[in-house]
Design a protein around this ligand. Structure first.
Ligand SMILES: [Zn+2]
Length: 105
């Protein structure tokens, strides 16, 4: 999947932070939608539930967290119950250690 500069339309390197053609700053990297629903180890605040939902749906994790906190108070704690349920229900991201899996034959 190629990214394109919004300034000059040039093709951007996936990890580029600045356009090599015009030098314009590239928009911050957004979560990629369609990732499996797992709670990542990196970047989590409490249980990683907000992060898991954000990554799986391509949402902004900050927005998900704010909505969760607001929803917690608006729903008198119902969101908190849902959070714990999701915490239990959403699998933990699999830690991949080098050499942990036997090589495929
Ligand atoms: Zn450019």
């Amino acid at each position: 999947m190629a990214a394109f500069c919004q300034h000059c339309g040039g093709v951007l390197h996936p990890t580029a932070r600045f356009c090599s053609g015009c030098g314009a700053a590239v928009a911050t990297v957004q979560p990629i939608p369609g990732q499996p629903l797992v709670r990542p180890h990196v970047g989590r605040m409490i249980g990683g539930v907000c992060l898991a939902l954000a990554q799986a749906n391509g949402w902004d994790v900050a927005t998900v967290r704010i909505l969760s906190v607001v929803g917690f108070f608006v729903s008198c704690g119902l969101v908190g119950v849902a959070y714990v349920a999701a915490w239990i229900g959403i699998p933990e991201e699999t830690m991949i250690y080098p050499g942990a899996y036997p090589p495929r034959v």
